[in-house]
Write a protein that binds this ligand. Structure first.
Ligand code: GLU
Length: 448
């Protein structure tokens, strides 16, 4: 059976690093199995869903290189949910509930006050036909709950967490539909997973108890409208937390736009998120195929995965150091050719820093203060400068001979005179780019 995974964001905001990670893992799982990766827009909440976020989600996935093999929108599938709802209702698995939000809150408070778990007491399920009719005559419009089967223990073998067991009696019958007819997340998601042949549901561990409930929905749907359909496998990955060990507000709003602004390469983010929280080492692997090949749910740990910005910068640098000129040339400063790229590349953490280093070639450069001895040395350097394929090697060899200088005393004043800085790209690569006339002018200026 073809592996089908889905990434199912609600378009109520931008993607953040946590759901980017879930998207990536679903993409990898599908790619590794030669299967399909679907984007499902969970937009049943019309009030909170916005088209601009749908577009941003698509653009973010494209930037990340996680192109989906298909896209579905829940808002276009409402008849499917309606039909499933009717089937479940006919089977007695869905019932109307009349409590107001305030009544429910009060019940919760009382239960908690008595030290009891705040499980819905099925007040509405216990109503007689007459009581129900009376409520409706009063004009109370019901919302709808899915009736959990308390006799049916819930178990599944989770791809990350291993065997999971839930006692349905310890769960509330979930509300699946509001009084205005709109859908909550639970039922549409289960309907879609069956209808689209999703084989693997991989999501964050904040969904574990939803899965418990949805397993009963899957079973009820297969017994009614979706006979012959296969319930997906489930895996819940540990959540992503900040370095400080908590899911910070910052992390919850850290998205592709912020990474772009920081000039983080998508490959760096992908390499990091692919393995964070797994037993595999996080490495600067730019080759997707390699990451996909090594993807293995059994390496995923139960402990929260820690997201560290410093580590991301480190990975970014390592990815940038591997990038070919062809892949970056459109982002480089005017006039920087392949030799220029190779000269500055090892000094970069982010590609955007190339323009700072390029100023050392194009000038003007900062002027440095030199001692009288160094000035004399630089005057000799201006004299000695001769041009070849290897001007830096020639210059330093000549000066070493003629002045007896070595090490820092030889190299530092030259670097300072030629670039205005104490450190920077390899002078062997930089000097040919600066050019003979400009190099001599800089040395003479420093000597004077
Ligand atoms: N729309 C849901 C969410 O963003 C999807 C969860 C799921 O993967 O089923 O949390």
């Amino acid at each position: 059976m073809t592996t089908i995974t889905r990434f199912a964001p609600s378009p109520t905001g931008r993607l953040h690093v946590g759901n980017i990670r879930t998207a990536l893992h679903n993409w990898m799982l599908a790619r590794k199995a030669g299967g399909r990766f679907l984007l499902r827009i969970d937009d049943t909440d019309a009030a909170r869903s916005r088209e601009e976020y749908v577009e941003a989600i698509r653009a973010d996935l494209e930037w990340l290189g996680l192109e989906p093999d298909g896209e579905e929108r829940q808002s276009e599938r409402l008849e499917k949910y309606e039909a499933a709802f009717e089937a479940l209702k006919a089977a007695g698995r869905v019932y109307p509930a009349y409590e107001t939000a305030q009544e429910l809150e009060l019940k919760r408070k009382i239960q908690l006050g008595r030290g009891l778990p705040p499980i819905y007491d099925r007040g509405s399920l216990k109503l007689t036909d007459e009581e129900r009719a009376a409520k409706e005559a009063e004009g109370v419009v019901p919302h709808w709950r899915f009736r959990l089967d308390h006799e049916e223990p819930i178990r599944w073998d989770d791809g990350v967490r291993g065997l999971q067991k839930f006692d349905p009696a310890q769960l509330s019958d979930p509300v699946i539909r509001r009084a205005d007819g709109s859908w909550l997340y639970m039922l549409p998601s289960a309907v879609d997973d069956l209808d689209m042949g999703v084989t693997d549901v991989l999501r964050g561990e904040d969904h574990v108890s939803n899965t418990a409930v949805q397993i009963q929905m899957f079973t009820a749907l297969v017994a009614t409208r979706y006979s012959g359909a296969q319930m997906p496998r489930f895996a819940h990955e540990a959540l992503l937390v900040g370095k400080e060990g908590k899911l910070s507000k910052r992390l919850g709003s850290l998205g592709c736009d912020a990474f772009c602004e920081r000039d983080i390469e998508p490959e760096a983010l992908v390499a990091m998120l692919a393995r964070l929280g797994t037993s595999q080492p996080v490495e600067p692997i730019a080759d997707r195929a390699k990451l996909v090949e090594a993807f293995d749910l059994s390496t995923f740990g139960r402990a929260p995965a820690k997201f560290d910005d410093t580590e991301l910068d480190r990975l970014n640098a390592a990815i940038v150091h591997q990038m070919a000129f062809e892949d970056v040339k459109d982002r480089l400063p005017e006039g920087m050719d392949e030799a220029g790229w190779h000269a500055v590349q090892p000094n970069l953490t982010h590609v955007s820093e190339a323009s700072d280093w390029w100023k050392l070639v194009t000038g003007p450069i900062e002027s440095c203060e030199f001692s009288p001895e160094d000035s004399a040395f630089l005057a000799a350097a201006a004299q000695a400068l001769s041009w070849s394929e290897t001007p830096w090697q020639d210059l330093t060899a000549t000066l070493k001979q003629s002045t007896g200088r070595g090490g820092k005393a030889l190299f530092l004043p030259l670097r300072q005179a030629l670039t205005g800085m104490d450190h920077g790209p390899d002078m062997k690569e930089l000097l040919p780019l600066i050019g003979e006339a400009e190099a001599r002018a800089r040395l003479e200026r420093a000597a004077s």
